[in-house]
Each structure stands twice: as C-alpha cells, then as structure tokens.
Design a protein around this ligand. Structure first.
Ligand code: N2P
Length: 365
C-alpha cells in the first residue's frame, strides 16, 4: 500500500468508527420522573423500538424537581412536574413548546383531561398528561379496626382529629412530605378554600397540623408504599396509586396485610402529572419520540396497569385492566368527581408562607 492509500484507509476506518460512536451516543434521552411510576419494561421496549437509550432518574418531590429546573442545565430531556408546579415553571421560561408535528399520537389523548390540564398549561402547548390521581388516606384495615373499632375510613377526621390520630400513633403514621398536597387538605377539612392564600387561614391549617404532629412518625413521599405493604405503619396520607401499589405488594407477600384507600368525603385533591421538555434539553428530537411513544394506547395502558393511576389517554382505556378502569378511586365516577378539587400554583408571597409553615410542621415547632 502506498503511503497515501494507507492514510486514506486509516482515515476512513477512523471516520466510520467515529461516526458510529457519535451516532450511538446521540441517541440518548435523560428522563426524570417520579419514583414507582413506570413499568420498566416500557423503557426497554422503547429502546428496542427506537434505538434510543434512556437514562432514567427518579424523584419524589415537586420541590426537588423545581430546584433543578430553575437552576438550569439539568441535562434532562423529559421531566414530569405536577400541574400546579408546571404552571409557574412555564411562566419562568423553564420549558419549550412541544412540536405537535412530531407528536401524531396526541390524537389518542382524552379531551376531558386536556380541558383540566389547560388550567395549568393553556392550550396544552408545553405538556402532555402522564398520570393523574388523588391525595387520600391509605390504611391497614386490620390495624385500624383494632385501634379504632372501625375500619370505615371516609373522613379526614380520622387524620386531622388529634384524638383519633393519637390512637394510631403506635402502629405508625406517615404523611407526604409535600406542603402543596397536605396544607390544602387541612384547609378543606376546616371547611375553608383549599386554594386559600390568606395568611390567617394558612395559620389555621398550620395549627390543625401541629395538633396532630406528635402522632406522625415520618414525613416522606415514597417510603410509605413499602411501610404500608409490610405492616410497619397503619396509616399514610398519600397518593392513590402508591397506596394501591402497597395493597398489591401486601397481597403478593401473603402476610395477611390488607390495605384500603379512602377519598375522604370532605373532598380530596385531584392532581395531574405532566410530561414536558426543558428549554435547554440536550436531546429534543429524542424527547419528542419518547413523548409520542408514551402516547401509544398499549404503552400508556401498560403503565397504568402497573402503577395503578389513571392516565389522560382515552384510546388506552380498551387496554386497561377492567378492575382498574372500573375502580372509582382510580377512574372516578360522577359521585367521586364531585368530591375532588384541584389546586392552583402559589404566588411567590404565599409560597414563602407555605414553606415557612411547612418547616414548622415537619420540625414540630
Ligand atoms: C408516584 C407518585 C406521583 C404522584 N409514585 C404525585 N404527583
């Protein structure tokens, strides 16, 4: 081989390897989603079908996600804030508008849910619903029966009344470490507007929570799934699907633990978790491919069947297990819907009050 020929073949070999390398590396997305929120086979299937590798991280708090998003440069391509947080993040310029031409499966989405999410994302320009659910009471049926003489939990009074919660102290009470979920519930229990921004009313909610604080073992937003399933606690204020996952884990373990979930009659919050693409996402095309894949009816149905939350995809309903679709605590019927309220994003001043209040509640001072 002449020198030139040698150089050429070396160069083309290098170029081939280099191009392949870059190509393989490029087809990646970084997803940041809630914990216990997907059947991981969905991620594997997505990679098999598209060649796009998924780096999947999890969180269990909107505040944690928000801190990363506001700092910028998170490196994430798809994130899943709840609607009330998404709304102010859109205002802050954190997200990019979705390119609908890359999302043909949007036709599968459910107008009833899109109408509700438009409250947070007008025109649904920045986000796609992933799952939605409620904040309610998960409980160990036998332990609650033993402590209270009833296993009928249909009221927030079970939790917010210090006399009743005191009886559950020893068997264990966990509460979501999430002010935007718990303070509205306290306001609702008090007969006040769950969206109140009045400092006096928020102070009343604080007082109510401080009275039950001595009976709460832990504030945490994901550990309650196993704690309920193992029989380590008897009550958790938590998210619907997580409690149902606890129920299924308990059933699988066959240790006699039975878990119930209540949407209290005074009213419960209905929330929407929305998939969105950060403005500075490194892999925008791949992120759209991921969103479009997640809107395939069979795919998102598989996710709901596993995580036990309702989704915002109408066409997926034919693939959802009958028991899930017909459970009014997952897909609410008209009577349950009547009891559900939504929350609005806090303005900066109210947010400061809420943050301060929450610190007092969690620390118990
Ligand atoms: C998933 C909980 C997500 C619900 N484990 C709160 N947005």
């Amino acid at each position: 081989m002449t020198r030139k020929a040698l150089w050429l073949s070396a160069t083309s070999a290098f170029l081939a390897v280099f191009t392949l390398g870059v190509h393989a590396e490029d087809r990646v997305i970084n997803v940041f989603n809630w914990s216990d929120y997907i059947d991981s086979s969905i991620i594997d299937d997505f990679t098999k079908e598209t060649g796009i590798k998924v780096v999947y991280d999890t969180f269990d708090s909107n505040e944690i996600l928000e801190t990363k998003l506001l700092a910028g440069g998170s490196g994430y391509d798809v994130v899943v804030p709840s609607g009330n947080f998404l709304a102010r993040q859109i205002q802050a310029g954190v997200f990019q508008k979705l390119d609908r031409s890359k999302l043909p499966n949007i036709s599968n989405m459910w107008d009833t849910v899109m109408e509700r999410t438009a409250k947070y994302d007008p025109g649904n320009e920045y986000s796609i619903n992933y799952m939605w659910g409620t904040v309610g009471i998960g409980y160990n049926i036998k332990k609650v029966q033993a402590a209270l003489g009833t296993d009928k939990i249909d009221s927030w009074d079970m939790f917010f009344n210090p006399e009743s919660l005191a009886k559950l102290k020893d068997c264990g009470v966990y509460v979501l470490d999430s002010p935007a979920d718990i303070i509205p519930a306290a306001l609702k229990y008090l007969g006040l507007d769950p969206n109140s921004t009045s400092p006096d009313e928020i102070a009343k909610a604080e007082e109510t929570l401080l009275k039950v604080r001595p009976y709460i073992r832990k504030f945490h937003s994901s550990e309650y799934i196993n704690a309920l399933a193992n029989g380590d606690i008897c009550l958790a204020v938590g998210w619907s699907g997580d409690v149902f996952q606890a129920r299924n884990r308990a059933d699988e373990a066959k240790q006699g633990v039975e878990i119930g979930y209540s949407v209290p009659k005074e009213g419960a919050q209905m929330w929407f978790d929305q998939m969105a693409i950060p403005a500075d996402a490194p892999h925008v095309a791949e992120a759209h491919e991921f969103l479009n894949y997640m809107m395939k009816p069979e795919v998102i149905a598989k996710s709901s069947n596993y995580v036990l939350y309702a989704n915002g995809n109408k066409a997926s309903q034919q693939f959802i297990d009958k028991a899930i679709l017909e459970d009014p605590a997952i897909y609410p019927d008209a009577a349950t819907l009547q009891k559900l309220y939504t929350v609005s994003p806090y303005d900066p001043k109210t947010q400061r009050i809420i943050t301060r209040t929450w610190t007092k509640i969690v620390t118990g001072q």
